[in-house]
Design a protein around this ligand. Structure first.
Ligand code: HEC
Ligand code: HEC
Length: 146
């Protein structure tokens, strides 16, 4: 008991000392402004609706930003469920000549779709022509495109 209280006595100035030096280092934090995706519109007002998405005209693919990027979908979304993948009705191995076939990495040895790739939109997202980015982004992959 005596040892304990002795230890406590010895530690107390240390702890107090720590608190004091910490207090000195605290700087006021400037809050980052928070913007709503709704825009700068009063809560009770109805904001203008976002424009309808327009996709590149048929036959156009979108440039990739870095090597091995899952290419963006130059068209709208199609439904995917655990039982039926409507993307595969166009992009499957028997795709028409003008449709890019699903990448070979997505297939099992017997040519069927690897179930790990069933939910295409996990990696491929649709990209409309008339959408401006929500957050500014000036990312440039080193050496790509060259
Ligand atoms: C009705 C047929 C059809 C369906 C269904 C379809 N696509 Fe496509 N997709 C195309 C065509 C055709 C292209 C080539 C670009 C063009 O002609 O518009 C394309 C292009 C793409 C590309 C770009 C490939 C590249 O190399 O740039 C990706 C990625 C893609 N589709 C993914 C998907 C996904 C994921 C789905 C399901 C959510 C899907 N597609 C459903 C017809 C289809
Ligand atoms: C785990 C992520 C992932 C999933 C899930 C996925 N893909 Fe991909 N896909 C990729 C990547 C990465 C590439 C680019 C490969 C490369 O060029 O190196 C690609 C490429 C493609 C291409 C272009 C092929 C080419 O030769 O240019 C098409 C078309 C495509 N995927 C369709 C699909 C469809 C349809 C599905 C769903 C059935 C799907 N992908 C699921 C990651 C994915």
């Amino acid at each position: 008991m005596r040892i304990l209280s002795l230890a406590a006595l010895m530690l107390t100035p240390l702890l107090v000392g720590c608190n004091q030096s910490d207090a000195k280092e605290v700087k006021p934090v400037k809050a980052t402004p928070i913007y709503s995706l709704r825009g700068d519109v009063a809560l009770k007002a109805t904001p203008d609706p976002a424009p309808f998405a327009t996709y590149p005209s048929k036959g156009h693919t979108l440039p990739r930003a870095f090597q091995n990027q899952p290419p963006l979908m130059p068209h709208n979304l199609y439904p995917i469920t655990a039982k039926r993948n409507s993307c595969q009705s166009c992009h499957g191995r028997k795709a028409k000549a003008d449709v890019p076939v699903t990448h070979p990495s997505h297939h099992l040895d017997d040519g069927s779709l690897n179930p790990a790739y069933n939910f295409c939109t996990q990696c491929h997202v649709p990209q409309a022509d008339n959408r401006s980015p929500i957050v500014a982004n000036d990312f440039v992959a080193p050496g790509y495109p060259d």
